[in-house]
Design a protein around this ligand. Structure first.
Ligand code: CP
Ligand code: NVA
Length: 305
């Protein structure tokens, strides 16, 4: 493992599978009421510049279950909110804590934090990627489908942080990835460049949700306006008409096709109430797996055996 977990782009299949295998083991140990073999007393600083329910609670619970402690820092009421540079925050937190998790806007801020921190840094969502979420999604897919390699996954909607992580991670794990986005809402050019040159699996980018969904084993979607894009909501509602995961779209997929949604979901927009509820078990298993996968990431980055 590298020092930090900043993005799925550039990770190897072996690194991803090590996290998923460790997550499976920690989940089984936790369900069996067994103590994890991890040094006690580690602290995790958690910096949030955006809202969160799942990420905050699963990281804080996760470090506690590993025998450590989580410290919540909202950028609004820490010195970050008054302009203290991220470089200095990195060096200060490294003197107190064993690991730093950050949720923010620019990927560059996370990369700078990691460069200056002497402790591991974990990306808890940026505008560029949401790696912890997509690792939890892959853990869930493996639980249901017993494999990753050879599956076809599709993503319907905005070419956002989720789309970027699904493409980078999915192809690296040997899954064919098909993405349907409207023109003007495509995934990041760096991700598309990787998708075009890689030779692990097939990649398709289309404007047609029906084309992307054809014979899919897993359908992903996400909100049409992400955090920070609230002002564009009206314009986005128009642009994404037709990019909904509904029964008609699901009928084009393979039998037993799963649905994954990182949550929060906007029923009636990117997904219908019916498809959401038909696949609620998979979606809430996905949410639960955030806990197990992030424990695995912290375990591996902080030297668990
Ligand atoms: N999926 C996810 O990251 O949820 P939160 O925004 O609630 O953390
Ligand atoms: N794309 C969404 C994901 C939320 C977990 C956002 O960035 O707001």
């Amino acid at each position: 493992m590298k020092k930090d977990l900043l993005k799925l782009l550039g990770m190897t299949r072996e690194e991803i599978l090590l996290i998923l295998d460790t997550a499976d083991r920690l989940k089984a140990e936790h369900k069996a009421g067994k103590k994890h073999d991890f040094p006690a007393g580690k602290t995790l600083a958690m910096i949030f510049s955006k809202n969160s329910t799942r990420t905050r609670v699963s990281f804080e619970t996760g470090i506690y279950q590993l025998g450590g402690h989580g410290i919540f820092l909202s950028s609004a009421d820490s010195q970050l909110g008054r302009g203290e540079p991220i470089q200095d925050t990195a060096r200060v937190l490294s003197r107190y804590c064993d690991c730093i998790m950050i949720r923010t806007y620019e990927q560059e801020e996370v990369e700078t934090l990691a460069r200056y921190a002497t402790v591991p840094v974990i990306n808890g969502l940026t505008d560029f990627e949401h790696p912890c979420q997509v690792l939890a999604d892959f853990m869930t897919i493996r639980e249901y489908k017993k494999r990753l390699e050879g599956l076809k996954i599709c993503y319907i909607g905005d070419g956002n942080n989720m789309a970027n992580s699904i493409i980078a991670g999915g192809l690296t794990c040997g899954m064919d990835v098909s993405v349907a986005c409207p023109e003007g809402y495509r995934p990041d050019p760096k991700i598309l460049e990787f998708a075009e040159v890689q030779t692990f699996a097939k990649f398709e980018l289309t404007v047609s949700p029906a084309q992307a969904a054809k014979n899919a084993d897993v359908v992903f979607t996400d909100v049409w306006a992400s955090m920070g894009q609230e002002k564009e909501t009206a314009q986005r509602m128009k642009a994404f008409q037709g990019y909904q995961v509904n029964d008609e779209l699901m009928a084009l997929c393979n039998p037993g096709c799963m649905v994954q949604h990182c949550l929060p979901a906007h029923r009636g927009e990117e997904i219908t109430e019916k498809v959401f509820e038909d696949h609620a078990n998979e979606i809430f298993d996905e949410a639960e797996n955030r806990l197990h996968v992030q424990k695995a990431i912290m375990y591996l980055l902080m030297g668990g055996k």
